[in-house]
Design a protein around this ligand. Structure first.
Ligand SMILES: [Zn+2]
Length: 206
């Protein structure tokens, strides 16, 4: 814990957040591997107030964006803490080495978030799920080629409307991987080709 927050406040935030990283769910009752993060950073006059503080593990803390708006987005992109364990176990969790390891894994296209619809996770790799990936492709094509509304289409595939929009915008289907704000080519098989994906983005933005 390297910030200058008063200990009772740190304790209070950790207890409020049940000693859990608010992004990946990593739990550490000792608090040693957790950080109390300023949502709006101190350099931008972020306050030492509960509402501006959030518990993160050292890895999620390392990658956290320094703006309030981006932070909300960052938290909403959930990561399975188990998939971060490789990084957590290596040496000091926030050493340069770990950051380097993470960047390398990321650049190699190892996918470290949860598997989206159409894929399953096997040994930290995204594997195409035959039946589900066909469904994903149908959703893209149906959205593009018919006049069905987003709400109706979502219902048809048992999704929420926002879930459907998220799916249609998910670049994982193009073979990309994303961690925090970085995007790179993954090692997994794409489900949607570039042309279809772009046409869908165009229709979505109308
Ligand atoms: Zn975390």
């Amino acid at each position: 814990m390297k910030n200058n927050l008063p200990l009772p406040l740190i304790r209070k935030i950790l207890e409020r957040d049940s000693f859990k990283c608010q992004k990946c769910g990593f739990e550490d009752p000792s608090g040693e591997n957790l950080e109390v993060h300023h949502i709006n950073p101190k350099i931008f006059n972020g306050l030492n107030e509960s509402s501006n503080l959030s518990t993160l593990c050292s890895i999620c803390h390392k990658y956290a964006p320094d703006s309030e708006k981006e932070f909300k987005k960052y938290l909403s992109e959930k990561i399975d803490s188990k998939l971060l364990d490789t990084f957590r176990k290596s040496d000091y969790s926030i050493s340069k080495k770990t950051k380097l390891g993470m960047d390398t894994a990321f650049k190699k296209g190892r996918h470290i978030t949860k598997a989206p619809k159409g894929y399953k996770l096997l040994n930290k790799q995204l594997i195409k799920h035959d039946e589900e990936s066909a469904k994903v492709k149908n959703i893209f094509e149906e959205f593009l080629n018919s006049n069905i509304s987003l709400t109706q289409l979502a219902k048809k595939y048992n999704l929420t409307t926002s879930g459907l929009i998220k799916l249609l915008k998910n670049t994982t289907y193009l073979g990309k991987v994303k961690f925090a704000n970085h995007e790179s080519d993954g090692q997994h098989e794409p489900i949607i080709d570039k042309q279809l994906f772009e046409q869908v983005q165009n229709k979505l933005s109308v």
